[in-house]
Design a protein around this ligand. Structure first.
Ligand code: FAD
Ligand code: PHB
Length: 394
C-alpha cells in the first residue's frame, strides 16, 4: 500500500489530523493498535477550549457538540471554605464547551467512515522505518500477516506509550519531566452534577474536582496517593471523601449513586523535543503530557495537529518545507504555555505530601486570594483556561 501520510494512532490527534489532511486533499492512512470499540470506550477529557470547538465546527463536526455539549461561561475555585467564580464571558468573552472526548472520538470516527479515510485497527507491532530518508514506511501485523505502507511522512499520534517517539535517536531526543507525588481517583456516576459549572477545590484533605458529561452524568475526582488501589475505594468511601473536600453548601447539594467507572490517573508534566526527526512528526500525548488540572491535554493534541496539517499541506501540495521545518518550534511555543498553566494550577490546588512546613500552603492561599482580589489575575486565568490562540505571534 502507498499513501502520502501514515498516521500512527487513532486517538483525537490521529483522527483529527486524518480529517484535516483529507480536507486539504492529502491522502492518509491511520493505523491503530486497539479495536475501534476500545478506542471509543475510553473515558478521558471533558473540557473543550473555545479554539478546539472552532476547529470541530470548521471541519463540519460541530453539529452534535452544539446540540449535546454544554457551554460554560466560567468555572469555580473553592478554597478556605468559600467559592470564587471566574467569569470567562465577562473577562475574555469566550466560553469552554463540556463535551466528552469519547463523543469527539465518535464524531471523528463517523467522519472517517463518511470520507473514506482508512483506519486500520487492531494493527500489531506497528513500526516506522527509514524516517531519516525521503522514502519512509510503516509495517504492522494484522490477522497474522505482515503489511507495509510506503509514504512521504509519518505522523506519530500514538500517545505517551506509543512507538513513534522511541524511533528518535536518544542523542537527538531531549525530554523534560516533572512527576507529581499524587494521582486522581475518578468516578463517573449517573447522577445530576452538583453544580451548573465545574468546581476545582483546594482543601485540607487534598484536591477535588466536580465535573460532568451531561445532565444525568457526573464526573468527580479526588487527589489520591500514587499507590491507591480502586478496590480500597468502594463508592461510599469515595462520596464521603469528596463531600469532606467541598465547601459545606456544595457538599449539601451532592447527589450520590453507584459509580459506573472508577480509575486512577497519575499526574505528570512531560515534553519531548524536537517534534520532528527527518520524516517523522510527533503530535499530542506522543510528544507531551500535562496533568489534567488545566484540562489541556486533548486541546493541545488538537492545536498540534492544526499546525501539523498546515505544514504538511504546504509541503505536499507546493513543495515548501518552511512549515515542516518550523513545526516543532511553533507547536512547542504553545505547548510550553499550556505546560506552565497546568503545572501552576496543579501546584496551586493540590496538597503536596512531602511539604515540610506550611510555606507552600501559604503560597497557595496567596495565589488564590490574589485571584479573588485581582481582575487582572482572573483575566490571565480565564485567557489560559479557555485557550490561548493557535498560531500566536511569537
Ligand atoms: P491518545 O488519546 O493517547 O491516543 C493515542 C492512540 O494511539 C490510542 O488510540 C492508542 O491505542 C494508539 N497507540 C498507542 N500505541 C500505538 C502503537 N504502538 N501503534 C498504533 N497505535 C498505538 N485533556 C483535556 O484537554 N481536557 C480534559 O478535561 C482532560 N481530562 C483528562 C482526564 C483524564 C482522567 C485523563 C487520563 C486525561 C485527560 N485529558 C484531558 C488528556 C487527554 O485525554 C489526552 O491528552 C488526549 O487523549 C491526547 O490525545 P492523543 O490522540 O494525543 O493520544
Ligand atoms: C473531566 O471532566 O474529566 C475533567 C474536567 C476538567 C479537568 C480535568 C478533567 O481539568
Amino acid at each position: 500500500m502507498r499513501t502520502q501520510v501514515v498516521i500512527v494512532g487513532a486517538g483525537p490527534a490521529g483522527l483529527m489530523l486524518g480529517r484535516l489532511l483529507q480536507q486539504a486533499g492529502i491522502d492518509a492512512v491511520i493505523v491503530e493498535r486497539r479495536s475501534g470499540d476500545h478506542v471509543l470506550s475510553r473515558i478521558r477529557a471533558g473540557v473543550l477550549e473555545h479554539g478546539t470547538a472552532e476547529v470541530l465546527r470548521d471541519l463540519g463536526l460541530g453539529a452534535r457538540m452544539e446540540r449535546e455539549g454544554f457551554v460554560h461561561d466560567g468555572v469555580n475555585l473553592a478554597f478556605l471554605g468559600r467559592r470564587l467564580h471566574v467569569d470567562f464571558a465577562d473577562l475574555v468573552g469566550r466560553p469552554v464547551i463540556i463535551y466528552g472526548q469519547t463523543e469527539v472520538q465518535h464524531d471523528l470516527y463517523d467522519a472517517m467512515d463518511d470520507r473514506d479515510v482508512p483506519v486500520v485497527d487492531e494493527a500489531l507491532d506497528v513500526t516506522p522505518h527509514d524516517v531519516e530518508t525521503t522514502a519512509p514506511y510503516v509495517t504492522y501485523t494484522r490477522d497474522g500477516e505482515e503489511r507495509r505502507v510506503d509514504c512521504e511522512w509519518i505522523a506519530g499520534c500514538d500517545g505517551y506509550h506509543g512507538v513513534s517517539r522511541s524511533v528518535i535517536p536518544t542523542d537527538v531526543l531531549r525530554t523534560h519531566e516533572r512527576v507529581y507525588p499524587f494521582g486522581w481517583l475518578g468516578i463517573l456516576s449517573e447522577t445530576p452534577p452538583v453544580d451548573d459549572e465545574l468546581i476545582y477545590a483546594n482543601s485540607e484533605r487534598g484536591f477535588a474536582l466536580c465535573s460532568m458529561r451531561h445532565k444525568m452524568l457526573s464526573r468527580y475526582y479526588v487527589q489520591c496517593p500514587l499507590d491507591t488501589d480502586t478496590d480500597d475505594w468502594p463508592d461510599d468511601r469515595f462520596w464521603e471523601e469528596l463531600r469532606a473536600r467541598l465547601p459545606d453548601d456544595v457538599a449539601a447539594e451532592l447527589v450520590t449513586g453507584p459509580s459506573i467507572e472508577k480509575s486512577i490517573t497519575p499526574l505528570r508534566s512531560f515534553v519531548a523535543e524536537p517534534l520532528r526527526h527527518g520524516r517523522l512528526l510527533l503530535a499530542g500525548d506522543a510528544a507531551h503530557i500535562v496533568p489534567p488540572t488545566g484540562a489541556k491535554g486533548l486541546n493541545l493534541a488538537v492545536s498540534d495537529v492544526v499546525y501539523l496539517a498546515d505544514a504538511l499541506a504546504d509541503h505536499l501540495s507546493g513543495g515548501s518545507t518552511t512549515g515542516v521545518d518550523q513545526y516543532s518550534e511553533s507547536a512547542l511555543l504553545r505547548v510550553w504555555k499550556a505546560v506552565r498553566f497546568s503545572w501552576w494550577m496543579t501546584t496551586m490546588m493540590h496538597r503536596f505530601p512531602n511539604a515540610s512546613d506550611d510555606f507552600d500552603r501559604k503560597l497557595q492561599e496567596a495565589e488564590l486570594t490574589y485571584l479573588e482580589s485581582s481582575e487582572h489575575a482572573r483575566r490571565a486565568f480565564a485567557e489560559n483556561y479557555t485557550g490561548l490562540p493557535f498560531n500566536p505571534p511569537s
